[in-house]
Design a protein around this ligand. Structure first.
Ligand SMILES: [Zn+2]
Length: 142
């Protein structure tokens, strides 16, 4: 891993200084659920290196991130059978970026979601996130 920013919350998650519900980790990527509940139930796929946005990813990081996102998405599908899955990523504050460390959101959706998220329940408790992470890990193949 190259490049960390000691003030970055995702770098602290990578370094295990802030707890998160881990779904997957490899050389270049980390997939986790945020225990701070800023994005309740979202699975976040992040670069392990501190790369601010998509413009800063090298080819190896970009490939690794999409591979992890696709595999975790399939594991979510196999574990929870959502009706759909939203995948999104933001660059810059005007686009909605709030943590300046590259990451992709994976968000399973159901018919009656609207913009409110169910996973399969809205605002899942920490214990539920742990249960969901275990289910996703059980379906994940690397
Ligand atoms: Zn960072």
């Amino acid at each position: 891993m190259s490049g960390t920013d000691s003030s970055c919350v995702f770098c602290k998650i990578v370094a295990r200084q802030i707890p998160a519900m881990m779904v997957h980790e490899d050389e270049h990527t980390l997939a986790f659920m945020d225990l701070g509940q800023v994005n309740p139930g979202h699975v976040l796929v992040a670069a392990k290196a501190h790369v601010e946005n998509i413009y800063g990813l090298d080819d190896v990081q970009a490939s690794a991130l999409m591979r992890t996102a696709a595999r975790v998405a399939r594991a979510i599908r196999d574990a929870f059978s959502p009706k759909g899955l939203s995948v999104y990523q933001a660059n810059g504050k005007p686009a909605g970026q709030t943590v300046f460390h590259f990451h992709i959101h994976l968000l399973p959706r159901h018919e009656d979601d609207g913009m409110a998220f169910t996973w399969p329940v809205k605002n899942p408790l920490r214990e539920k996130l742990e249960e969901y992470a275990v289910k996703i890990r059980g379906k994940l193949s690397f």
